[in-house]
Design a protein around this ligand. Sequence first.
Ligand SMILES: *[C@@H]1O[C@H](CO)[C@@H](O)[C@H](O)[C@H]1NC(C)=O
Ligand SMILES: *[C@@H]1O[C@H](CO)[C@@H](O)[C@H](O)[C@H]1NC(C)=O
Ligand SMILES: *[C@@H]1O[C@H](CO)[C@@H](O)[C@H](O)[C@H]1NC(C)=O
Ligand SMILES: *[C@@H]1O[C@H](CO)[C@@H](O)[C@H](O)[C@H]1NC(C)=O
Ligand SMILES: *[C@@H]1O[C@H](CO)[C@@H](O)[C@H](O)[C@H]1NC(C)=O
Length: 409
Amino acid sequence: MLSRYTSTLVLLSFGLASAVPATKLYATHYSTKTVYTLSLDRTSNGSYALTEASSLETCGTYPSWITFDSATRTIYCSDEYGWKNANESVNGSLTALAAAEDGTLSEIAVTGSAPGSGVHNVIYDGEDGQFLAVAHYSGSAISTYKLPLEGNADPLQVFEFELSGPGAVPDRQEAPHPHQALLDPTGGFVLVPDLGADLVRVFAIDKSSGKLSTCPSLNYTAGGGPRHGVFWTGEDAPKIRGRAPGAAPQTILYVAGELNGEVEAFAVSYPTAGCLGFRQIDVDVPYPEALPEGASLGEIRLAGDNIYVSVRLDAAFDGDDSLANLRRGGNGTLAFKEITSSNGVLPRTFAINKAGDLVAVGNQLSSNVAIVTRDPDTGALGEVVADLVVGVPGEPNTLEGLSSIIWDE
Ligand SMILES: *[C@@H]1O[C@H](CO)[C@@H](O)[C@H](O)[C@H]1NC(C)=O
Ligand SMILES: *[C@@H]1O[C@H](CO)[C@@H](O)[C@H](O)[C@H]1NC(C)=O
Ligand SMILES: *[C@@H]1O[C@H](CO)[C@@H](O)[C@H](O)[C@H]1NC(C)=O
Ligand SMILES: *[C@@H]1O[C@H](CO)[C@@H](O)[C@H](O)[C@H]1NC(C)=O
Ligand SMILES: *[C@@H]1O[C@H](CO)[C@@H](O)[C@H](O)[C@H]1NC(C)=O
């Protein structure tokens, strides 16, 4: 009986393994100037194997960030080359790539009209098509493009920002530094955490033209250095306007501050006319004690009732860095749970898969992608099941090493 049972199990797991197609991921790498296609395969005994399937040298001088549009299988890659200062303004580039079903990449369009130093981008919808908003760190700007991107296309709009004087952390806040472009849950607004200006900039999308118009910003804590944010929303939230005072907030923005090492939570309101309202409801240090000297927050992600934040250069796990796990309470405030290993050095980015059972961690300096398990019920992160060095490792304080990682799904 036992042997029959065992062989049935083996057959079942063989059948399952062969039915599960390999999952693809895409990673950008600063110093090899390359976008890599990775393949995550399940072997017949249930273990995972992560391999490099293909690669393409593309995306300018410093490939920094990619966004994947699964409907058109298009990747938008921002190049962090370029800057703006008192004397000169140097552009970066924006590249659209086609991803074949097997993950093979080819260039569709490149434009050098992008302001300098693109570090993040997001796709948004208008009535007649899609648009891309790009955050430019050293370029101190936001640009938008009509999609599909055409070769040498000009931006639809460029918003350039200035500071009247340095911020509370003068060496990092000498100029505005937009670090991310994200959409609110209604798809009606683009938000841009600006690390240099201590603002979360807000833009309303005009759906007919795809153009952005400037809304009042969220004034962030001085010296906080907002880097990346993420929204939580209750199911019907975006439709609810003018809710009763005192009701639990239905839309919350969580922001990781790179410079003060804190996660701040803001209840978001949708006044009947106009832009967005914000009310700070919580401030947390995503760590068991004060953040170690030299450590800083990187990426922030949400799945279910858990918020994850990468902690760079805390070296808490035999020289490897951390991912912090916080749990949302019913009123939106966060409780710190634990840190687990990022399985590498300087986790600049990480991405949770749709099933919520795997997390791909992009460690910049060790230049590895580590796949760790996630329990979809408890949100706990578990062991590393696959690990791959991609490109070449980087040196601290340079634009080297692995810069971003996303799932193809
Ligand atoms: C599973 O199979 C792979 C090769 O397919 C092998 O490398 C690995 O050691 C096996 N793992 C276990 C736990 O048997
Ligand atoms: C701009 O040029 C002036 C004169 O050449 C120089 O002194 C200054 O440092 C430059 N500023 C920047 C930000 O590079
Ligand atoms: C740089 O980008 C701006 C738009 O942001 C464009 O007007 C200008 O022509 C570009 N410069 C070059 C050299 O491509
Ligand atoms: C944000 O700061 C600006 C400049 O100090 C101020 O004019 C504005 O009223 C502030 N906004 C809010 C919502 O407090
Ligand atoms: C939110 O809930 C937590 C416990 O879940 C509690 O400690 C905290 O006081 C609450 N905050 C507010 C503003 O109600």
